[in-house]
Design a protein around this ligand. Sequence first.
Ligand code: FES
Length: 96
Amino acid sequence: LPEGGVLPFDFGAVAGFLHRSGGEVRAVSATCTHLGCRLNLDAPARRLNCPCHRTSFAVDGVVLTHQLPVTPPPLPHLVVREAGGVVEVLVPPAGA
Ligand code: FES
């Protein structure tokens, strides 16, 4: 994952997007905080778009644009770690 890069991942129960910024890898959920639609990655724009009601998020989870009466919350971050060139995402156990 190069600096500035964005990668989607999907473990079934948990899906999200990894991005590297300032050398650090971070991850956000791929589930829109409005009503739970799956976000789509617009890689060239480094933007996560919701197909349901046109909200868009930055890859760090901040809301960029929306047309809702109330601004939805930012995307939650997921716990990640990187060791030896391998990035791991902590996925909570089912039912947690
Ligand atoms: S579910 Fe994403 S904006 Fe409504």
